[in-house]
Structures are given as C-alpha cells and as structure tokens.
Design a protein around this ligand. Structure first.
Ligand code: NCD
Ligand code: ZN
Ligand code: ZN
Length: 368
C-alpha cells in the first residue's frame, strides 16, 4: 500500500490554453483536462492567443463561452493590452470579466517588441482606474523590470505580479520593492527550477522558452528562494506548442518559445517534498494559498486533491499529457498520481478517472 496525501487543490495563475487561435497544440478541453489530472482545481488563461489575442471585451466573452462549454476545471481569464494593441477604450469593459491584466514588455509568443515603462503608462493608468484590485501580470525584459515596478507598484500602488523569474537578480528587485512596502509578488516555473541552460544543447528547441533556462547554480538558488519565501508562488507558464512546430524550429531555424508544464508540476514538487527539500506547508502555500490570494479567490476546506504517493519516473503517460502530446520532463523523478479531486461538493475525479467537468468561470471574490 502506498501512502495517500490529501492537500488543497492547486491554483495555477499562468497558463496558455490557446483556444481560440492559430496554435492548435492545445484546446480548452485538453488543457483543463491535463490540469485536473495534474492536481489543479483552478487555472488562469493568458491573453496572447496566436492570431486572436484577448484585446477586447468581445474576445473575452468569446473565451467565456468556450470555457462554459468545455472546461474541466474552473478558469479565470486575463485581459491583454500592449502599446501595439491600441485598445485603451476596451479596458473599462474588460475590467469586469477579467481576473487581471497581462502585459508583455519583452519579446515572446504573440509580441515581438521590447518596451519601456513609459510605453505602458496610459495602459496602467486606465487599468488602475477600472480595476484597482485586479493584478497586473508582467512578462518583463532583462532591463525594464525596475522601471515597470516603479510605474505599476510605485506610482499607482497597483498589485504587480512578476511572472516567471529566471534569475535571483529579479527576485532581489522584488524583495527590495516589498521592503519598501510596494505591492509586488513573483512566481517561478517548474522548468526554471528543474531544467537548466545546458538542456537546449541536447534538446534544441524542445528546451527553449522565454525567459530562457538558467544555469545550474542559478536554478538551485531559485529553488532556495522559493523555499525561504522570497519567491511567492509556482506558476507553470504551461505554453504548449506542437512537437511538429518545435521540430520545425529546430530544423528550419525558426523560433517557437514555450513548453507545456501543467501535467507534472505538482508531481515534480511533491518529489522534492518526499525528499525533505520543501515542507508540506510551504508546498501548499506556493501552489494553492498564495496564488489564490493573488487573484482574490477564496478556497473552502472542501476543495481537495488526493494523491497516491508512489515515486515514479515521468514516462510517456499519454493519458495525463496535455494537447501537445509531449513533455520536457520525460525521465525525471516525480511523486504522486491524482486519485481523487473534489471542488466544493462536486467530485471531479474518483479512482483516477474523470467523473465530471465544471464548465465554470472564476473571478475575483469567488469561492472555490
Ligand atoms: C509563452 C507562449 O508560448 O505563449 N512562451 C514562453 O516561452 N513562455 C509566452 C510567455 O509566457 O512568455
Ligand atoms: Zn512570458
Ligand atoms: Zn506565459
């Protein structure tokens, strides 16, 4: 008999579900199904859908309809705005249905420009006015983070969440802002903890994402900063691209940033817990309590995931993979397979099998 672990459902505030749009590697159904079997009971979807960015209230409503129809776990939706999106007039209408605003100040999938804080002043001001309590999520560049902290958290006193930190230097900037009393948080991705800058040498584009993987020493430092509280949460930045698209980038010299990650984020972290490198309490904080707090989601005691805790190697487990059908974590040691998932009174997974889907949208102030 293997040990059973019951913990609160995890909350992932950084996921790319891709639908609707030109990237067909994922759908709302396939991504939320993988999230559910990965131990997540709520996720939040980013606005950079290739060919169909969430830059208007109309696009948000389109996504809401799709979520109601096909989501296995509750989903929150981010609004997007960029200097190039020219959608200032849409921000007031997007403020209500959105769970937050996402900004890209450096090149990645969906936005290929570098910006300075000045370029975002009008957007931040308009969002702050329309949605003072809803966080601004930032994909920062190497040099523009200090200016954007100053603008968003300093000038407007608005909650800024710095996405996917890959360097201790970024965490230092966040810590300094916190010490000054500014409302700033940050998150780290499993790939920046458990993969390193050496991997692209042998995995090519299958190990390339924005921001890039860190050197071994820096990845170890990030894990320490997560354990000691300097990094607030884990976010997966689940960014699926088809194996074919990654392969084409490798062979034809293209670009294709991002890796899937929601299926095995918890098993990778639970393995660290089993090995005594992170406590159960801290694991719950970084995967559930704190991310829920950032988006203003209230967690009831009855939203729980039951894990069967055997140690295993992540294999080609087709049943648990998301839509892109591959994982950057193949062969890694992990712990835990999801046996049961309950959200409130609804049993979504029993005996490892999906029993129901929620089709539910979440927004700030909601209870799970
Ligand atoms: C993400 C994607 O593919 O949407 N890519 C990535 O490399 N992380 C976008 C992002 O989060 O920067
Ligand atoms: Zn990003
Ligand atoms: Zn992302």
């Amino acid at each position: 008999m293997t040990e059973i672990l019951e913990i609160p459902g995890a909350v992932d505030i950084h996921v790319h579900l891709r639908q609707p749009g030109d990237n067909k590697a994922e759908t709302i159904a396939s991504g939320t199904r993988a999230a559910l079997l990965g131990g997540f009971t709520a996720i939040c979807d980013m606005p950079n859908n290739p060919g169909r960015p969430t830059w208007s209230a109309h696009r948000l409503i389109e996504k809401q309809r799709l979520i109601r129809k096909s989501a296995y776990v509750p989903v929150g939706l981010y609004a997007g705005a960029q200097p190039e999106s020219n959608n200032l007039d849409q921000l007031p209408a997007m403020a209500k249905p959105a769970i937050g605003l996402k900004l890209y100040s450096a090149p990645t999938t969906g936005s290929d420009k570098d910006y300075t804080a000045k370029d975002f002043t009008k957007i931040v001001s308009a969002w702050h006015e329309s949605a003072p309590a809803k966080p601004i999520m930032l994909h920062a560049g190497q040099t523009n983070l200090p200016g954007l902290i100053e603008l968003i958290a300093g000038k407007f006193g608005h909650h800024l969440h710095v996405c996917h930190v890959n360097a201790s230097r970024e965490v230092e900037l966040v810590e300094k802002a916190k010490a000054d009393g500014l409302p700033v948080t940050c998150g780290v991705c499993p790939h920046h903890l458990f993969k390193t800058s050496h991997d692209p040498l042998s995995e090519g584009w299958f190990a390339r994402m924005k921001p890039p993987l860190a050197r071994q020493e820096e990845a170890e430092k990030l894990f320490e900063l997560l354990v000691n509280g300097a990094i607030d949460i884990v976010e997966t930045d689940h960014a699926p691209h088809s194996a074919g698209a990654k392969w084409t980038a490798e062979n034809a010299g293209g670009s294709c940033w991002g890796v899937p990650g929601i299926e095995f984020a918890l098993p990778l972290l639970l393995y660290q817990m089993v090995k005594g490198r992170i406590s159960r309490e801290r694991l719950i904080e970084i995967t559930s309590t704190k991310p829920a707090k950032i988006i203003g989601l209230k967690l009831s005691g009855s939203t729980k995931v039951t894990w069967q805790m055997e140690i295993h190697r992540i294999g080609d487990e087709k049943t648990r993979l998301s839509g892109s059908g591959w994982t950057p974590y193949l062969g890694k040691l992990a712990a835990g397979k999801v046996k049961k998932v309950v959200i409130g009174k609804q049993v979504l997974v029993a005996d490892g099998k999906i029993m129901a889907k929620t089709g539910r949208l979440i927004n700030r102030g909601d209870q799970l």
